[in-house]
Write a protein that binds this ligand. Structure first.
Ligand SMILES: Cc1cc2nc3c(=O)[nH]c(=O)nc-3n(C[C@H](O)[C@H](O)[C@H](O)COP(=O)(O)OP(=O)(O)OC[C@H]3O[C@@H](n4cnc5c(N)ncnc54)[C@H](O)[C@@H]3O)c2cc1C
Length: 362
């Protein structure tokens, strides 16, 4: 059986690698000619990424031990026990691709998947159609998954629009800054992630219907000189999306496996790829397995996002006041945001006033 993986982002390349390692014949199709370009990501993760990469890899550009969260009139500094990792996304994508190629995966660049018929997948390559036998298909083709559309995998899709610039200016290279509040970025947050003390990735995300560009321009205008602009969609998790049907699977952004609070999707894409490879190898339900591993965490992030959406600027400010409590801050500094359930439980015990804010979510 040949497995066709569509999309050579982290989810596609890592799934291809794991399956080829298990002895499957894997072909990987990517619409672009260059892997990892255009960049549409900030590339920051928690230290959990060290389960997948060496933190001294050449595509690791910075390690961050401080998170500074601002509201309109308040701020809290968290000193992380384990540093966050900032990566060059193009380098990271090529790292996972090379792992796949080393295991014998065949790569087809410049191949855009457009549709399927009963027996074949149809790609467009330089305006000509290429037909490929359809056996097992993995859609790792991002938030607008054409695989999901072509195979009619059910479920409503909604995305944030992320806008980001690489900016030259003066930054604190050890600090990741987060700005909360409706005046700065309604329904999400704005970020400054330094690559070093001269260059930072500055951005924000908004739901459809908000004038993202206006908020973005207002936020970035006094931060330095814009070197490069990037934009991309961030899927909002929907636990009702169908991610498995008759040998067709969705993984990563295509399956909306993204934290709705932060927009982070790299780590969940890698974890879901592991569940996918195990499920195909052992003939198990992929959907059951990935939901068992990360579904609850994704759901908690979504509930938190829905709750935070109701916050006004004053609520954010009061929330930060509660985080000034040492025991609450200590917990946040110790736990990875990948696994929020345990953290929320402990936070409520440490700072009962937080119940007012997160009790409904738990
Ligand atoms: C502005 C922004 C900032 C972000 N910052 C972070 C962050 O700091 N940390 C984090 O963890 N996450 C972040 N994310 C989310 C993260 O980028 C995604 O969750 C992650 O890239 C998901 O990987 P993926 O492989 O599923 O999808 P993608 O990385 O989107 O890869 C999909 C691949 O499929 C290809 N493709 C698409 N359609 C087709 C087709 N029809 N045929 C062939 N190939 C196709 C694409 O070209 C692409 O290479 C950010 C997202 C945005 C937009």
């Amino acid at each position: 059986m040949t497995i066709s993986v569509i999309g050579a982002g982290p989810a596609g390349s890592y799934s291809a690698y794991l399956l080829a390692k298990e002895g499957f014949n894997v072909n990987l199709y990517e619409e672009h000619n260059l892997i990892g370009k255009p960049i549409q990501c900030t590339g920051i993760t928690t230290s959990f990424i060290e389960n997948y990469i060496n933190n001294n890899a050449d595509f690791v550009v910075n390690k961050i031990d401080t998170v500074m969260v601002h509201s309109y009139n308040n701020n809290v500094e968290f000193k992380l026990k384990r540093k966050n990792i900032v990566m060059d996304r193009c380098g990271m994508d090529n790292y996972f691709l090379n792992k796949a190629l080393d295991k014998g995966v065949k790569l087809f660049t410049g191949h855009r998947f457009i549709e399927a018929n009963n027996n074949e997948l149809i790609f467009k390559q330089n305006n000509k159609k290429v037909n490929v036998k359809k056996e097992i298909v993995i859609g790792a083709d991002g938030p607008n998954s054409q695989v999901a559309k072509s195979f009619n995998l059910k479920g409503k899709r909604e995305n944030f629009l992320g806008l980001q610039a690489t900016v030259k200016g003066n930054f604190d290279s050890s600090t990741f800054e987060v700005y909360l509040g409706n005046k700065i970025c309604p329904g999400f947050f704005a970020w400054i992630v330094p690559e070093n003390d001269k260059i930072a990735r500055i951005g924000l995300a908004v739901r459809e219907g908000f004038k993202g560009r206006d908020y973005f321009e207002a936020f970035v205008k006094d931060k330095g000189k814009i070197m490069e602009m990037q934009a991309g969609l961030i899927p909002i998790y929907n636990n009702k999306l169908e991610t498995e049907k008759n040998n067709i699977y969705l993984v990563g952004d295509a399956a909306s496996q993204v934290k709705a609070t932060t927009g982070g999707g790299i780590l969940y894409a890698l974890m879901a790829s592991e569940e996918l490879s195990k499920a195909i190898k052992n003939n198990e339900s992929y959907e059951k397995n990935w939901k068992g591993r990360i579904g609850y965490s994704l759901m908690v992030h979504l509930l938190l996002r829905n709750y935070l959406d109701k916050f006004n600027d004053e609520d954010y400010s009061k929330l930060l006041e509660l985080f000034n409590d040492k025991s609450a801050r200590n917990l946040i500094e110790s736990y990875d945001r990948e696994f929020p359930i345990k953290l929320l439980m402990k936070l409520v015990l440490a700072q009962p006033k937080l119940l007012k804010y997160i009790g409904k979510v738990v």
